[in-house]
Design a protein around this ligand. Sequence first.
Ligand code: HEC
Ligand code: HEC
Ligand code: HEC
Ligand code: HEC
Ligand code: HEC
Length: 382
Amino acid sequence: MRTLVLIARTLVCLLVLAPLAACARPDEPLPFGARSQDCATCHVDQAEAFSGSAHARSDASPVLAALIPRATARWGAAAGNFCARCHTPSHAAMTGDPDAEVTITCVTCHAAIGNRGERDGLLLVDPSAPLGGPFDDPEPTPAHASRAAPLVASSSLCGTCHEVTGPSVFVEATLSEHRVSVSDPSDPSCASCHLPRLEDGPIALGAEASRQRRDHRFVGIDPPWGASAEQRTDAARESAALVARALALELTVADGEALVRVTNVGARHAVPTGVSFLRDVWIDVELVAADGASEHLPRVITLGDQPMRAGEPVALITDADAVERHRLDAGQSAEVRVEVPPGAHVIATLRARAFRADVLDALELGSRADEVPVLEVARLEE
Ligand code: HEC
Ligand code: HEC
Ligand code: HEC
Ligand code: HEC
Ligand code: HEC
């Protein structure tokens, strides 16, 4: 019903009132609403892509839900509430709509006007300001005023949430990892890699200009919790392709020895980045003898930070007092040599999983483990 009303309003404004001041200069901010479904009335493609993204389901992770009470128990109520800043920022509700979504949404980025620091979700959002985007010559729309906003395309916007400095050992360092890996202004920003360019075209229903458009799916490695089997298969394929862009696997066999090497060639931050203390990236080697007998050497290399307590590994970051860093910085390699019996051939497989099995077990999420696929990223045979 609401959608019908909105469509009717859109048509009236687009067809009838567009030239009139009443529509062109709204006297209320975002008269069509601030939810992503309101933006979807006109920005159909962006909204369709965005709806399947990790940003659109930033409150949906059972791992998040299980960690919040543990963070509260370990570090106090402020730590538990802190998670909400980025996972349920509720920017669409700032216009007073009680039914607005609580997740990250269109206005989170397009109504951002600055930050109080490039970290910890200290983003300033003002849905009554003109919406920011890449263009300095936007066509007028009754739905919102527009402005060119360099902030939206900047790594600073992304980094305000993709840099977490606590509580305690709960640290995510994507922005600072990115900053040390870029040396001049022509280096790629977060958006240039994570919102790849699409074919030019109109950016809104009824808009005339053909413009540069970007992919709003925000492909990552977090699984689409609660999605259908088909959506999960598609997401797993996209995630594996993303990790394959970051990590180059090499295998060389000589003199009875195999050299297995993995290099972060494609990400301008460490891999795994962000919640690295949950992630699992590893290489398995298989030696197949001439008679077909095979020997498995699991995890000759493992990446993903290891939470520690009193010097011993623990599953959960909320139990840890230190974190052992196992990340590959941009350009960095890890390698291992493996003895190869005469005549055997070698198979090296690079795999990744959004969450380590011991994390899911410790959070009693074993029953949802099949929603967290093991991604086969690369496989080489010598
Ligand atoms: C009634 C239709 C309509 C609705 C609803 C609408 N927009 Fe727009 N939007 C447009 C039109 C038309 C343009 C300008 C197109 C052009 O210049 O090519 C535009 C431009 C934009 C731009 C580019 C601005 C720039 O200067 O670079 C952004 C970003 C944007 N809209 C975001 C949003 C968001 C976020 C929402 C929801 C809060 C929203 N829009 C709702 C029609 C709409
Ligand atoms: C040169 C391209 C490039 C740039 C620039 C870049 N990334 Fe990435 N990013 C990648 C690739 C490739 C991956 C897949 C590897 C991985 O999973 O870490 C990735 C993975 C990610 C992931 C999810 C996977 C994980 O490890 O948790 C997030 C979140 C992310 N990037 C955010 C950012 C942010 C924020 C910035 C800017 C501060 C940024 N990226 C800059 C290429 C890039
Ligand atoms: C996490 C931040 C973020 C969110 C959330 C987001 N966008 Fe964007 N959006 C961007 C960036 C970055 C660009 C590209 C800026 C550039 O090209 O300089 C962009 C570009 C756009 C453009 C210009 C045309 C195009 O397709 O590139 C429109 C329109 C737009 N977004 C609308 C939306 C709508 C509608 C939503 C919600 C359904 C949304 N955006 C959610 C960051 C975001
Ligand atoms: C308001 C805070 C916020 C902003 C701003 C933001 N992000 Fe995110 N982003 C998050 C959160 C929180 C998640 C994790 C959501 C989840 O999976 O529960 C996330 C997830 C992602 C993922 C997917 C990670 C995965 O492993 O699946 C990518 C990629 C990403 N963001 C890139 C970006 C880029 C690029 C920008 C800037 C254009 C940006 N983000 C801006 C908070 C933010
Ligand atoms: C400053 C912003 C910010 C805050 C605050 C924050 N996170 Fe996140 N969170 C992110 C981003 C960004 C990602 C995506 C990281 C990546 O993929 O590398 C993420 C991803 C996650 C994930 C993986 C989500 C999935 O899809 O399963 C979990 C779990 C998580 N965070 C838990 C927490 C908990 C618990 C807290 C509070 C103690 C918290 N986060 C506070 C930004 C934040």
